[in-house]
Design a protein around this ligand. Structure first.
Ligand code: C5P
Length: 405
């Protein structure tokens, strides 16, 4: 997704500078051309060699000793994005005040590319009105801010100010630079396995981790969509997604019945229990009362219900997790549940489906060619599926908001 994009990575002098190395590696892995710039302060925390070795070019630090006579304008003009990881209070202050004191601040003032700053500092500094005022000024000017997390800080302290995770920072880069082909769409994604109560403490559950659903949410956000996640799991929510926590199939159905009618795209990646106990016992079933008989009943097929009332212009995506007859089963579900697309995976294959970070799928679409995606990370699976969703929608000229009224 970042292939060929030129990113100036500014690193300033905070202890979190070492995490910029991981961000750099991930950006390069995603295909970006990373141009590293370090401040004098950053050199106290990480070596130039480390960043030079991992970035696409050697580190630059000075306005004066480069081969190019005007590196600050060259760097800023050639960039698709300037990213500052970490951004210290000093850097934010200088940038907000328009002070060009070093190569990085010069570059920030000279560029017209989007800028993302990722502040990291002690809580007292983060909360200081001067820092917050500077951030407000930068935000007003269109600078993207990846807020710090709460957590352990240098020197044994804890609080807000810890640099955002590399995942969040890279997701923001992808969001800012990504293809905006889902802009204006509302995408509803279900994720995780449902848990159906047996009694006050026990549940009927399954092995779904929710990772594939969260990858769909992150990818759709990156492409400009508004995303609502209906989720049974507690993974970090991709920034910008709305979250509806649910536990049972009945709760998931209620949430989807409310959200789906106006959604442009529904991705049903949750593993919904097919059976649930007819009634949950009140309290905990006691062991000494003998082996209990648990009577099961079928859950409603949520996806089939959505397919039956699918509004014109909506793209409905289902999943088929199979251990045999993958394609035949998936094709039958595609038709039976009135889907536009079904993502079929053989969950008995190594590295595929439940709990893994990777997946391998066959994507089938109504009246279209099958697309095979071999073993890859779940974000790449989401990308391949949403590519086809966008292709289908472009062919239909779809919009629920246009056609459903
Ligand atoms: O029929 P099967 O359970 O294999 O279908 C899988 C697809 O149907 C998945 O997209 C899953 O989220 C959905 N499903 C559902 N409600 C159920 C069972 C499955 O929405 N009760």
């Amino acid at each position: 997704m970042l292939s060929g994009r030129r990113i100036v990575l500014g690193v300033t002098g905070g202890i979190a500078a070492y995490k910029a190395v991981e961000v750099c590696r991930r950006l390069v892995d995603a295909g970006a051309h990373v141009v590293p710039v370090m401040t004098k302060g950053a050199e106290h925390f990480i070596g130039r060699t480390t960043l030079s070795a991992l970035a696409s070019e050697p580190v630059q630090t000075s306005l004066w000793d480069e081969a190019s006579p005007i590196p600050h304008t060259k760097l800023g003009q050639g960039a698709d994005l300037v990213l500052v990881v970490p951004a210290t209070a000093r850097l934010l202050g200088a940038y907000a005040a328009g002070l060009s004191t070093d190569l990085l601040t010069n570059t920030l003032l000279a560029t017209r590319a989007p800028v993302i700053v990722c502040p990291a500092m002690h809580t007292e500094m983060w909360e200081h009105p001067a820092v917050q005022d500077n951030l407000a000024t930068l935000r007003r000017r269109g600078v993207h801010v990846v807020e710090p997390d709460e957590g352990r800080l240098a020197g044994g302290d804890a609080g807000k100010g810890r640099l955002a995770t590399p995942e969040r920072i890279v997701a923001e880069v992808e969001r800012v630079l990504g293809p905006r082909d889902m802009q204006g769409l509302h995408v509803v994604v279900s994720a995780g396995g449902t848990r159906e109560p047996i009694d006050a403490v026990r549940v009927v559950a399954n092995r779904s981790s929710g990772k594939q659903g969260y990858a769909f949410a992150a990818e759709a956000l990156g492409r400009g969509a508004r995303v609502t996640l209906v989720s049974t799991v507690e993974l970090p929510v991709p920034s910008g997604a709305a979250i509806r926590p649910v536990e049972t199939a009945a709760q998931m159905q209620a949430a989807l019945d409310e959200l789906a009618p106006t959604a442009d795209v529904v991705v049903m990646s949750a593993a919904v229990a097919d059976f649930r106990p007819v009634a949950a016992a009140t309290g905990k079933i006691k062991k000494d009362a003998g082996v209990p008989e648990i009577v099961l009943e079928p859950t409603p097929d949520i996806l089939a219900g959505l397919g039956a009332v699918k509004p014109a212009g909506q793209t409905l995506v289902g999943f088929a997790a199979e251990t045999s007859d993958l394609i035949a089963n998936a094709e039958s579900k595609l038709r039976r549940k009135n889907l536009d697309l079904i993502v079929a995976n053989d969950v008995s294959a190594p590295g595929v489906g439940f709990q893994h970070d990777t997946n391998a799928v066959t994507i089938l679409r109504a009246g279209g060619e099958a697309v095979i995606v071999s073993l890859t990370d779940k974000r790449a699976i989401a990308r391949a599926v949403l590519d086809i969703v966008c292709e289908i929608r472009a062919g239909q000229g779809s919009s629920v908001t246009d056609t459903a009224v």
